[in-house]
Design a protein around this ligand. Sequence first.
Ligand SMILES: [Zn+2]
Length: 246
Amino acid sequence: MLTKDDLTRYERQILYTDFGENGQKRLKQAHVVVAGLGGLGCSASLYLTCTGIGHVTLIDCDRVELSNLNRQILHYEEDIGEGKSISAARKLAKLNSSIEVTPVVKKITERNAREIIKEANLVIDGMDNFETRFILNRACVAEGIPFIHGGVHGLFGEVTTILPGRTPCLSCIFPEIPHRQVSLPVFGVAPALVAILQVTEAIKLLAGFGSLLTGKMLYFNGNTMDFTFRKLVKNQNCPVCGTKEV
Ligand SMILES: [Zn+2]
C-alpha cells in the first residue's frame, strides 16, 4: 500500500511510534474536505498535503484579492483574480504530486452541502462566517462526519473537534449565530496556528491515536500567549443533534 517513495517522503513521521506505517496507510486512504481556502483553509490544506492525506478536496467560490495575502499563504500576487480553490490546488500539486487534490469552485449552501461532503472522512472548517459553518455543521451531523471547527479574530483563535452523536455540535455550542463583522481584523499567524491545531486533530482522528479536542473548546490568546479550555455541553434540545423528540 505504501510505495518506496511514500516511505521516504514520510520517513520522519512514520518514526513516531504511535503513528508508524499503519498510521501513514490510514492517512493515504483518507479523504478530507477543506471548506474555505482563506487563512485557515490555506494553512490546513498545506499541512494535510505534506502529511500525505490521500485525497484533499478544496471548496471555495471566491477569487484571490490583494487584501487576502497577509494570511492566505497559498495565494501569491500572480494569483490575484483567480479562484481560490484553483490557486491553492496548483501549489499543493507541486508540493505533493502523489496525492489527489480536487478543487471545487462552489458556494456551500443548504442544498448542496451534504452532497459536497458525503464522501469525506472529515471536514475542516475554514470558513469566515457562521452562516456557512452552521450549514456545514448540519450536513456533518446528518452524514455522521467529524467536523473540526476553527475560528479566528485578530490574534485570537478557537478550535474544537465535533464527532456527530458523541460530542456537542456547533449549534449546541452557539445556540445563536454570532454577530458577523463585515471585515474582521486578522493577523496571518492566528489562522496559521489554528489551522495547524485542526490538522493535528485530523491526523490523530484518521490514524487513530492520541486524545482529541472533543467536548471542549481550546482558546488561543496571542496577545497574552494564554491557551485556555472550556468544557462544552451537549444541548439535549439542540435543533441539529438533539435527542429529544420534537
Ligand atoms: Zn447540537
